[in-house]
Write a protein that binds this ligand. Sequence first.
Ligand code: SF4
Ligand code: SF4
Length: 86
Amino acid sequence: MALGLGCSARPGKAQENRTGSWRTFRPEFMHDRCTKCGMCSQVCPEGCIGENDEGFPVPDYDYCKGCGLCVEECPSQAIEMKKEEK
Ligand code: SF4
Ligand code: SF4
């Protein structure tokens, strides 16, 4: 069978391809420091940060790829990356 040129993986964001199984670090949100500014959910490339009933950010770990962008952009240091425990 001849292989076609280019990438063999299907295109799509992690929103369509669950990433939780290969993540090494996960973001932990500390709501006591959070000002609900919404920056983390705006910068998340997977769009996987939602809100709880009180308006605090809550990540969907099934789709978070552990990139750490939310940690970098949080102005209140309310998110920390923690080593994933398998
Ligand atoms: S670590 Fe990356 S993918 Fe996960 S919630 Fe933060 S910005 Fe989104
Ligand atoms: S960026 Fe930080 S302070 Fe702003 S909503 Fe997210 S966790 Fe809270």
